[in-house]
Design a protein around this ligand. Sequence first.
Ligand code: SAH
Length: 377
Amino acid sequence: MTSLPVLPLSPDAPGRRPALPPRHLADLDLAGRQALLAELGEPAFRAKQLSTHYFGRLVRDPAQMTDLPAASRDRLAESLMPRLLTPVRELACDGGATRKALWRLHDGSLVESVLMGYPDRVTVCISSQAGCGMACPFCATGQAGLTRNLSTAEIVDQAVYLAGVAASGAVTGSPPRLSHVVFMGMGEPLANYSRVVDAVRRLCTPAPEGLGLSQRHVTVSTVGLVPAMRRLAGEGLSVTLALSLHAPDDELRDELVPVNQRWKVAEVLDAAWDYASRTGRRVSVEYAMIRDVNDQPWRADLLGRLLSGRLAHVNLIPLNPTPGSRWDASPKPVEREFVRRLREAGVSTTVRDTRGREIDGACGQLAASETGSADGR
Ligand code: SAH
């Protein structure tokens, strides 16, 4: 049996004091930015100007901020918009509709984000931690362990940066405006709770304070950290909660999602139904289809019984290949039978597309190495 991973309650191990990421306007609400500018001896209205450039116009180059006095542009941009993400590599596939960005953070940590264009919307999948401490054996991110929590601005900046890429028309066949954000990149969002909730608020507050997305278009995914799920239900947010379930029984889930050794299937589903009833939002249940591991008809029936009559939707994810994994995706006929049984139980079910597979940008493939095998196209 896999042992329980250490939960990253405190990101910094004692004795090691890594430098914090640079402070950025996206770490602060508008009032905080105004206070900071006052400290710097600048008029408070500059906070709105800078915020409009960053969130409203997606501009980060001081030379383009022509409404600011030329003499102070660089200094202002440096103090409120320091560079947080240095692009290391961008890979594209699906004819340009999927793009994976690899970033280096100020301390050398690497994280990834994925931009996905559809005919009617553009979604960005962002990371909340460098690495992940949850140790799910089928996920590439989980194999390397946790490096650290990202700051609020490091999380937000992934979305803002890629909103700029989308606005440039780079996502072929899609609208130019970023509309959806999913916290399904590297890391366990609810293990970096306050920064993730702050980031959600910033992404959803109208410009110039934030990016102005609809809360309904934001999804926060979790392995099932029950106390944090219950806390999130009380934040007054209407974001979608995705629960990475992957098994309907404790015996198997203890292995596939090791945190299940702490919070069992029944407890995690209870917390999910609490979230659904308090927010009115349907919970998205994620289930990676792993051949001969969790794809048996009896498990479909058990899952159907657990979810039937609940405010839930099942997203089956064909298992994506990860280096060294002993597991494969379920064969299509097995997957179809699983879907049929869930639907027969009255549970709404879809199979997720495997966007970004060729560039290791699909679910569970983000591992942020600089020596990826795929070619940029
Ligand atoms: N830690 C959070 C956020 C990551 S979301 C969570 O687990 O929910 C990434 C989603 O992809 C999760 O549902 C995860 O379980 C799933 N996943 C991980 N590895 C996968 C793989 N190899 N194939 C398909 N899905 C995978």
